[in-house]
Ligand binder design. Structure first.
Ligand SMILES: [Zn+2]
Length: 486
């Protein structure tokens, strides 16, 4: 699969081969597609990104980010392009660029930034990837294959991709970034654009510190919970903020400063953060303790005690302590008048169901059964349950890490499936998202005190420090603006 995509990509590149001038170096680059082809590739992928993540529904915030981005882009090496900056409705901490000037930042990353200058640093770094044409120079086969595999589907699109995703969780497959040299170049270009736009280029280092602290916290939390850390690679993460070369390129950017202006924009940014959705959004379902509420799709479920729930845009992944077993919930349209059992046979391709039985789950038609599944790391028996609800088939799969271990966890898989029900009016109230609130702190405020009244369920003190750039042990000073969660 990956091989095939790679070959197609190479052919496409060869077909549009030309000696194009690199906008940053001014030199001739060999392997470059034409600007037209690059923009067309970005335009096409843009639709897939929007489909997968969704746009964060706040036109005022979108236009703020667009304005900050446009000012930087006007001072960039490719100011002929029309840049589009989009805030994605995702709690993931991420930002990325597509060829041709399409740039994205998640609301998750925005919530951890503390000034307009830091936002500009993220956006400037991504503009750097576009102006240096890194995506064209280095879109690896792996990345393209990844986009193909993960974009374009809501929840689990059937068995094959569910299998792949489980393999990814069991394995240590990590998204690859652009690589150290290109990341450093993007930082250098970003710092230059910051300086030319009258921001302090040092904001680049502040952002790298924010991301490093995220990574540090996630690694600690994952270790305590006995799971794999959820770290987003590819964003600044290839170098530490103490990196001598990074310090050098940022110091170097100072020469592009027109005025001694040092715009930080903390107040304006903190004001924009007031009311920002934090964590899960109602569009993607909300996790509260061991419960999952999806107001928009109209259902709720309960997971086993102590299992970790990860709500991804395309699926819900639930893992047992220490990752010894996994479940995933996905969803597909039902298009024909077939029974849940027939759906399992024809749509999921499960021809050898055993221990199977029809179920009625809180009024919904359902079917459950065991089936053997081969993945690249071995053959296992999986528990499949298909539940029909509002003309959608909800597919819950469960599998143990130990190839012989499914029987041990089977009662958990079945109980979870049996908990599926239409959301109640009480649950609708519980399904409201958390939001950031900007406050001015009094004289004796501590993060410990703020954490006590916080609705955050775990690590609230650490999370509040992370949100305010004061991890691991900073404390607020009187009169300071802080982001809290309510
Ligand atoms: Zn980057």
């Amino acid at each position: 699969m990956r091989q095939l995509i790679y070959i197609i990509l190479v052919i496409t590149l060869l077909a549009s081969f030309g000696c194009a001038v690199n906008p940053v170096t001014g030199q001739q680059d060999l392997v470059l597609m034409s600007e037209q082809d690059e923009i067309a590739l970005g335009r096409k992928s843009h639709q897939q990104v929007l489909q997968q993540y969704g746009v964060y529904d706040d036109p005022e915030l979108q236009s703020y980010v667009q304005k900050v981005g446009e000012r930087l882009a006007a001072n960039s090496h490719r100011n002929n392009l029309i840049y589009r900056f989009t805030v994605l409705d995702s709690k993931e901490v991420n930002a990325f660029a597509l060829p041709g000037g399409y740039i994205y930042i998640t609301r998750g990353l925005m919530s951890y930034l503390n000034s307009e200058a830091e936002l500009a640093a993220v956006v400037g770094h991504e503009i750097g990837h576009v102006t240096a044409r890194h995506s064209v120079r280095q879109y690896s086969a792996a990345q393209l294959a990844n986009i193909g595999a993960t974009l374009g589907a809501i929840l689990i699109p059937g068995m094959n991709s569910a299998g792949n995703q489980l393999v990814q969780i069991f394995g240590t497959a990590l998204l690859r970034g652009y690589g150290r040299e290109h990341e450093l170049e993007a930082d250098q270009l970003g710092a230059e654009y910051l300086a030319r736009t009258d921001y302090n280029p040092q904001a680049m280092l502040d952002v790298i510190r924010v991301l490093k602290n995220q990574e540090l916290f996630e690694t600690q939390a994952a270790r305590a919970e006995g799971r794999e850390p959820n770290i987003y690679h590819g964003l600044f993460s290839t170098h530490p903020d103490s990196d001598a070369r990074l310090q050098e390129v940022i110091a170097h950017a100072d020469k592009y400063r027109n005025t001694p202006s040092n715009f930080i924009g903390r107040e304006i940014y903190m004001d924009k953060m007031n009311g920002l959705v934090f964590g899960d959004s109602p569009e993607q379902g909300i996790v509260r303790g061991r419960n999952f509420y999806h107001e928009k799709l109209g259902f709720a479920m309960q997971m086993p005690h102590g299992w970790n729930i990860m709500n991804h845009p395309d699926r819900l992944a639930i893992s047992a302590p220490n990752g010894v077993a996994l479940m995933q919930l996905g969803m597909e349209d039902i298009n024909e008048r077939i029974s849940p059992r027939e759906f399992m046979e024809t749509r999921l391709g499960l021809q050898h169901l055993t221990n199977d039985a029809p179920l009625n789950i809180h009024g919904s038609d359902a079917h459950t059964g065991l089936a053997p599944v081969n993945t690249s790391d071995g053959k296992r028996t999986w528990r499949f349950t298909v539940i029909y609800f509002n003309n959608q088939a909800y597919i819950l799969v469960g599998v143990a890490k130990d190839p012989g271990g499914t029987a041990e966890f089977d009662s958990y898989f079945l109980e979870t499936a049996q908990s599926f029900h239409a959301i109640t009016s009480n649950e609708r109230i519980l399904a409201k998202p958390l939001r950031l609130k900007t406050i001015e702190v009094g004289s004796d405020t501590t993060f410990a005190a703020l954490a006590q009244s916080s609705p955050l369920e775990t690590y609230s003190e650490e999370k509040l420090r992370l949100l305010n750039g004061m991890f691991p042990n900073g404390e607020p000073q009187a009169g300071m603006l802080l982001k809290v969660v309510e």
